[in-house]
Each structure stands twice: as structure tokens, then as C-alpha cells.
Design a protein around this ligand. Structure first.
Ligand SMILES: [Zn+2]
Ligand SMILES: [Zn+2]
Length: 166
């Protein structure tokens, strides 16, 4: 998916608005592919003093399996995009993950979406940020309420209690 920018490449102040969808269904995360729906990127590329700035938003819905409680969940995702497009990457630029090179005067939208997406995705997929997970003893989903297991006793106290019981 390419966004042609030759019209604004050398015209300070000019801008192009766009809205495209990208397929990231092959993106693997842990053991699942959570991005089964199209990923829409929309925004504007503006030539600001001969620097091309892309600002916009990536939106999609992800269908994941929670890393803590193993339930399926659906989550709306909205990620801001704020990147710089350059005709050629300098050495410094190549270390900056928010700078992308143009390919034949066009932005490679798929590469931008993929990079921004991966950088913004948390290392764990969770049904909610405060998911309580499963009890490690009885396996109950603690989001549905506490289980009846005894609280884990610190092994040092357990040893002490054994001594006292003798
Ligand atoms: Zn969960
Ligand atoms: Zn339990």
C-alpha cells in the first residue's frame, strides 16, 4: 500500500489527506494472530519547511486471548501516528524508529502501520489492564470473584510455624 507524495514533496505548506486500510492479519503475537480485521490509517502528510510530517491515527479491533485469564476478548484500538518521512535515510535517521524513507516518492503505508503498531502493542495481551487472572491453585477466573483457596503462606513463615508446632 503506497501513498504517492510527489505533489507535495517540494512544495512547503502543501498537504495530502489520506485514509487507507492495511492487512495485518499475519501479525503474530504470542500464539495468536489478534489483528484479523482491517487496520485503517487516516491522517495528513504535510510538507513543513521541506520536511514531510505524517500525523494521523491507526484504528482497528483486535481479537485476542488474554495472557492472564485465557478468555477471548475484543478490544478497540486507536494508536496515534506521528512520523517523519525522508527521501533518503541518513545514518542518524536509521536509528530513529519514527523516521521512514520514501520509496519512489511514495510512503510505504503498510511498513509504517506495522512498525507503529508493533511499537505500541503492549508486551502482553490482556482483556483489561487490571485483569486478575486465574488462581494458580484451583484455576478459577478471579475476575468472577475470589476463590476459596487459602492464601499462599510465605515458606519462611511455614517453616517457623512447623518449629512452633513441635
Ligand atoms: Zn484477562
Ligand atoms: Zn483458588
Amino acid at each position: 500500500m503506497r501513498l504517492g507524495l510527489s505533489e507535495i514533496l517540494h512544495t512547503p505548506g502543501a498537504s495530502i489527506s489520506f485514509s487507507e486500510s492495511v492487512d495485518l492479519s499475519d501479525l503474530q503475537f504470542g500464539t495468536c494472530n489478534p489483528v484479523t480485521e482491517p487496520v485503517v490509517i487516516s491522517g495528513t502528510v504535510r510538507n513543513t519547511a521541506d520536511v514531510l510530517m505524517m500525523k494521523g491515527t491507526i484504528t482497528t479491533v483486535i481479537h485476542g486471548v488474554c495472557d492472564r485469564c485465557a478468555s477471548d476478548f475484543t478490544q478497540d484500538l486507536e494508536i496515534p501516528v506521528d512520523v517523519v518521512l525522508v527521501e533518503e535515510l541518513s545514518n542518524e535517521d536509521s536509528e530513529d524508529e519514527w523516521v521512514f524513507p520514501l520509496e519512489a516518492d511514495a510512503a510505504n503505508l503498510e511498513e509504517i502501520v506495522r512498525t507503529v503498531f508493533v511499537l505500541n502493542l503492549d508486551s502482553k495481551l490482556l482483556c483489561s489492564p487490571d485483569c486478575k487472572g486465574l488462581c494458580c491453585r484451583c484455576g478459577k477466573n478471579l475476575n468472577d470473584g475470589p476463590c476459596s483457596c487459602e492464601k499462599e503462606i510465605d515458606p519462611r513463615f511455614a517453616a517457623l510455624r512447623q518449629l512452633l508446632n513441635k
